[in-house]
Design a protein around this ligand. Structure first.
Ligand SMILES: Cc1cc2nc3c(=O)[nH]c(=O)nc-3n(C[C@H](O)[C@H](O)[C@H](O)COP(=O)(O)OP(=O)(O)OC[C@H]3O[C@@H](n4cnc5c(N)ncnc54)[C@H](O)[C@@H]3O)c2cc1C
Length: 434
């Protein structure tokens, strides 16, 4: 019997059947059949969500064969791809075509539909989430019908299904806005907490993408800023293969994994390790095509919670979290990540209607996260925080509803597109209600 398990290993499920559709028509058949049998059906991505959002509790549709680029429109500057296409495939194929997405998160292993369905985001830019870069989609709904949506065609479906939590139907195709392949200059600089927080507004204003990491139990931060360059990709000055391997693979994964393993056995060493890691970081600059700057390999498996809070209270929330960590006996070996996003117009977007600061908290896969995440979650909820849909949180429909101005609109659309809850699972029941 096939078991579904997510990347972090925190969630698992046993689907009743597993199908691998190769075309949108196969998806329609699978949905129609599941509807006739009264069985739930869910398409999964690569399982990179930390929650059970994609747990298949009936028929599981695998994304693997629903992959590939369908169309490139250089006049409209859009690319259309099948929904199960991995993001890294899209990125490399776009680069080959001299094109690029505008922004993305830290990794690119996820499927297009999986990443957009939870609002996967990067930092800064004009649009930070992948969902906000979608300009068209095709969706198979609960009665097996196919809806195409864009800003002008079925705009209510478009607003919601770009970040649909897998609750509105099965996406078969997605169209993304793209731009000419450019070059990003990356500048990374160690800094002390006070200076980094004091100058944060300045960093966000003068760079295009700003990302900061704080090493808990220390005063040390790493500030990363990216700047869009007016350069051809051939003129980029990437890291040497050795430096890229040393910094982004060996130090960030192999050495960090070993330090984590020791920290798990002897937690009292964690503050010293964090201080050492913070001190070892050096200033560096390089330039490269965007996806090579935005994404890097993550081989140390972890659990993560991330909240979006209104930008104006983001740093106050972070300061309060630091006070909580310092007053606790927790030993946190992973840095806290701080990102910024512009407001977007997605019905259930974590940045909908407001500029946001995202605060992300991680622990090693073998560390119990519950007390740390619960304590931090209480603080971030008090700042009107919205949890990332794909990362660990304990919120429910009743307490999420007040923080989303268009909550009811999403529920009404769900009633229309999936009245029999064919696409439901326990996670969706918790966060959206029945
Ligand atoms: C190491 C790591 C790094 C990460 N970095 C970031 C980051 O920088 N920024 C960020 O925001 N997030 C990040 N995430 C979170 C991750 O991007 C999201 O959780 C994303 O949803 C995972 O995509 P997936 O393909 O694995 O989808 P899954 O987790 O498998 O599924 C997510 C949702 O998509 C739905 N879905 C999948 N396919 C379809 C379809 N065809 N139609 C409709 N619904 C569908 C599923 O049913 C489910 O509801 C990271 C996660 C990990 C593990």
């Amino acid at each position: 019997m096939t078991q579904w398990r997510n990347w972090s290993g925190l969630e698992s499920a046993t689907p009743s059947d597993v199908l691998t559709p190769t075309t949108p028509a196969d998806v329609v058949d699978a949905v129609t059949e599941a509807a006739e049998r009264g069985s739930p059906v869910k398409m999964v991505g690569t399982g990179h969500s930390f929650t059970s959002i994609s747990a298949p509790e009936g028929v599981m549709l695998r994304p693997d064969a629903l992959a590939g680029i369908l169309d490139v429109d250089r006049d409209a500057m859009t690319v259309t791809a099948l929904a199960g296409t991995p993001l890294h495939v899209l990125n490399t194929e776009l680069a080959r075509l001299g094109l690029s997405l505008h922004n993305m998160g830290d990794i690119h292993e996820q499927t297009l539909a999986g990443a957009t369905s939870t609002g996967t985001h990067g930092t800064g830019g004009l649009k930070a989430s992948l969902s906000a870069q979608v300009s068209g989609l095709e969706l198979v709904t609960g009665d097996g019908s196919v809806i195409n949506a864009s800003a002008t065609q079925n705009p209510d479906v478009f607003a919601a299904a770009r970040l649909g939590l897998g609750a509105l139907g099965i996406l078969t195709q997605l169209t993304f806005d793209v731009e000419p392949l450019g070059v990003l200059l990356a500048h990374e600089q160690p800094m002390l907490w006070d200076e980094a927080l004091e100058r944060y507004g300045e960093f966000v204003a003068e760079s295009h993408h700003c990302d900061m990491y704080w090493f808990p139990h220390t005063d040390r931060m790493q500030v990363k800023r990216n700047y869009r360059q007016d350069l051809a990709p051939a003129d980029a000055e990437p890291l040497s293969r050795f430096r890229a391997w040393l910094d982004d693979d060996f130090l960030a994964n192999t050495a960090f994994g070993a330090i984590n393993a020791i920290g798990n056995r002897v937690p009292s060493l964690v503050p010293r390790f964090n201080e050492m890691s913070g001190r070892l970081l050096s200033e560096r600059s390089y330039s490269d095509i965007p996806y090579k700057v935005f994404t890097s390999p993550r081989r140390v498996v972890f659990r993560e919670m991330e909240y979006a809070v209104p930008r104006e209270v983001g740093l106050a929330a972070l300061r309060e979290v630091r006070r909580l960590i310092e007053a606790s006996d927790w030993r946190i070996s992973f840095p806290v990540e701080i990102r910024m996003t512009p407001a977007d117009d997605l019905t259930l977007g974590t940045s909908t209607g407001r500029e946001s600061i995202y605060l992300a908290f991680h622990v090693n896969q073998h560390t119990d996260h519950t007390a740390y995440f619960r304590g931090v979650e209480e603080i971030l909820t008090s700042y009107d925080g919205r949890p990332h849909w794909g990362k660990v949180h304990t919120r429910t429909a009743a307490d999420l509803a007040p923080t989303y101005p268009r909550w009811q609109e999403f529920l009404d659309l769900r009633d229309r597109l999936d009245p029999n809850r064919l696409f439901a699972n326990s996670y969706l029941e918790r966060v959206l209600g029945n």
